[in-house]
Ligand binder design. Structure first.
Ligand code: ADP
Ligand code: MG
Length: 245
């Protein structure tokens, strides 16, 4: 792959922890306004890949290009500034602040600075973001008052606060009912309709196959398959990884 083969391109991405290779020379390209499913069993290296791409970890090797620019090893706040956002699997909102305040505090410092002169303007922006993910009715609740599905929406709202071009969503469907999976999928689809590119991680395919254009399946830090949802589900290697154990 080259720098312009997608909005996000990883080439031979490698991450080792001591003797353990968590991401093993992985290469992939994500196209603008695509919803890419990033699938693999627990421990496959999905979150580690995210951490390398978003600047939480420094890759041991390989290259990451974002919008044509080499961003390998840049820190997380640099990635945010360039238009990348992520959600966390083990998220932790501020428990003593309201939903809307949590989102307000996720706005980038320069945005807060620009808007802070105007009375209530950052709160209004945060409210608007909350509404986009279906949190309009719970703006002034604290996170501990929210059902689990709304907690996931709050994590999403914090990630989209700075209008990213690319968002990496880690295991958004964990613990949701199938109705909640559908609702969250519709929210993610609406973000895509508004121009965002999405990478959505899951360790199973439930819910995900409805949403995604294309999937990338990894196991032991390596790609085992990629293609359309139909191609993935009929791929013998994928079936083996999920059923053969
Ligand atoms: P997934 O998100 O696909 O479930 P992870 O990326 O979290 O998988 O983990 C991949 C492998 O890397 C696992 O074996 C995990 O134990 C290991 N790993 C992840 N993060 C660290 C870390 N910070 N230090 C050491 N090992 C890690
Ligand atoms: Mg993970």
């Amino acid at each position: 792959f080259g720098p312009r083969d997608g909005i996000l391109v990883a080439n031979d991405l490698l991450k080792q922890f001591g003797g353990l290779t968590a991401v093993d020379e992985l290469s992939f390209a994500v196209q603008e306004q695509e919803i890419l499913g990033f699938i693999g069993p627990n421990g496959a290296g999905k979150s580690t890949t995210f951490n390398c791409v978003t600047g939480a970890y420094e890759p041991t090797g390989g290259t990451v290009w974002f919008k044509g620019e080499d961003v390998t090893g840049l820190e997380a706040h640099e990635m945010v500034k360039r238009g990348m956002a992520r959600t966390f699997q083990d998220f932790a909102p501020l428990e003593d602040r309201s939903v809307v305040r949590n989102v307000e505090l996720s706005l980038a410092p320069d945005k807060l600075f620009t808007l802070s002169g105007v009375g209530g303007e950052t709160r209004r922006l945060a409210e608007e973001i909350c509404r986009r993910v279906g949190l309009g009715e719970v703006l002034d609740k604290t996170p501990d008052e929210l059902p689990h599905a709304d907690m996931l929406k709050l994590e999403l709202a914090k990630a989209i606060a700075n209008e990213p071009d690319l968002m990496l969503v880690d295991e958004p469907f964990a613990g949701l009912s199938s109705q909640e999976v559908t609702e969250l999928s519709e929210i993610l689809e609406s973000l895509r309709q508004n121009g965002m590119t999405l990478i959505v991680v899951d360790h199973n395919m439930r819910g995900l196959l409805q949403l995604i254009d294309r999937a990338f399946v990894i196991q032991f830090g390596s790609r085992i398959a990629d293609g359309s949802p139909d191609e993935i589900t009929s791929n013998p290697k994928v079936q083996e990884a999920y059923l053969g154990g």
